[in-house]
Ligand binder design. Structure first.
Ligand SMILES: C[S@@+](CC[C@H](N)C(=O)[O-])C[C@H]1O[C@@H](n2cnc3c(N)ncnc32)[C@H](O)[C@@H]1O
Length: 252
C-alpha cells in the first residue's frame, strides 16, 4: 500500500513527459499509476458527484464523457445507467481505458472508445455531455469545446468541473483569486501537463448559456493547509445561437 502510494507520488513528481504526441505523453504519465488512479484522485478531484447531480441525467438520455479516464464518474450514477439510452466514455490514454473497460463490462449500453476529444463524433447527438478535470489536460481545449458543442443536441446540457485560476481582470460573476494563487497553482500543475489558465472558463461561458457556475476550492493530498480553486459549470446549448454579447458581457 505504502509502496504503491510512493510509486504514484513519484510519477506525479516526475511529471508528464515533455516530448512525443499527446497520446504518448498521457500514456507515459498515466501508465505507471493507472491501477491506483481512482484511489488517489478521490482525494484530489473535488466536486465531480455534485456536478453530475446538477446535470440532471434522466432515463432515455444519451450521455457522453470526454476525457473519461477510468470511467470512475459512472459510479456516481451507476443506478441510472441501465435506464439511459447509452453512455459513451472517450479518452486517449490506453492504460486508463483498460481500467474503464473492466469497470464497464457489467453494462451493455456503455461504450468505451479510444479517441481524441477534439475530433471524436458519436453516431447521434447527445442529451448530456461532460468534462471532468479533462479540459485542463487538453492542449487544444478550444477545439474540444467546439466539438462538444457540435455533439450536443440543441437544448442539451454540458457539465464541466475543473481546476482554474481567475484572470487579473476578473470576468463579471467570477471570483478574483489572490495574486499568489494565480502564480502558484498554474506552475505547480503545469509540471503534470495540467493547465489552469482562466481562458477555458471564459470560453465556455461565451459559447454556452450558463445555468449554474459554482466556484470553490479543495484540498490537495500531502499539501496540508493548501487549497486549489475549482469550478463547476452547468450550461445549455441554446436552441438558437447566442448573440454576440452574452449575459456575462463577453464579446465573441
Ligand atoms: C485528470 S484525468 C480525468 C479523468 C476523469 N474524467 C475523472 O474525472 O476521473 C484527464 C483525462 O483526460 C484525458 N485526455 C487528455 N487529453 C485528451 C484528449 N485530447 N482526448 C481525450 N482524452 C484526453 C486523459 O487521458 C485523462 O484520462
Amino acid at each position: 500500500m505504502l509502496r504503491t502510494e510512493a510509486k504514484l507520488l513519484w510519477t506525479l513528481l516526475r511529471g508528464q513527459p515533455r516530448s512525443g504526441s499527446l497520446k504518448r505523453r498521457l500514456e507515459g504519465f498515466y501508465a505507471p499509476q493507472a491501477s491506483r488512479y481512482d484511489n488517489f484522485r478521490e482525494r484530489l478531484l473535488h466536486g465531480r458527484a455534485e456536478m453530475l447531480a446538477a446535470l440532471e441525467l434522466a432515463p432515455g438520455q444519451r450521455v457522453l464523457e470526454l476525457g473519461g479516464g477510468t470511467a470512475r464518474n459512472l459510479e456516481f450514477y451507476a443506478n441510472l445507467i441501465p435506464k439511459l439510452a447509452s453512455v459513451q466514455v472517450v479518452d486517449l490514454c490506453g492504460p486508463l481505458l483498460t481500467q474503464a473497460r473492466h469497470r464497464c463490462a457489467r453494462w451493455t449500453n456503455v461504450y468505451v472508445t479510444e479517441a481524441d476529444a477534439t475530433v471524436f463524433r458519436p453516431p447521434e447527438q447527445v442529451d448530456r455531455l461532460y468534462f471532468s478535470y479533462a479540459l485542463t489536460m487538453m492542449p487544444k481545449w478550444r477545439k474540444a469545446i467546439d466539438n462538444a458543442w457540435q455533439m450536443l443536441k440543441p437544448g442539451g446540457m454540458l457539465g464541466v468541473v475543473d481546476f482554474y485560476v481567475s484572470g487579473p481582470p476578473p470576468t463579471p460573476g467570477e471570483r478574483v483569486h489572490h495574486w499568489l494563487t494565480r502564480q502558484f497553482w498554474p506552475r505547480w500543475f503545469a509540471h503534470d501537463g495540467v493547465y489552469l489558465e482562466p481562458e477555458r472558463l471564459r470560453y465556455l461561458m461565451q459559447r454556452f448559456e450558463v445555468l449554474i457556475l459554482q466556484e470553490d476550492s479543495g484540498s490537495i493530498p500531502y499539501l496540508p493547509g493548501l487549497c486549489v480553486p475549482y469550478f463547476q459549470l452547468i450550461a445549455r446549448k441554446p436552441d438558437m445561437p447566442l448573440s454576440r454579447q452574452s449575459v456575462y458581457g463577453i464579446t465573441q
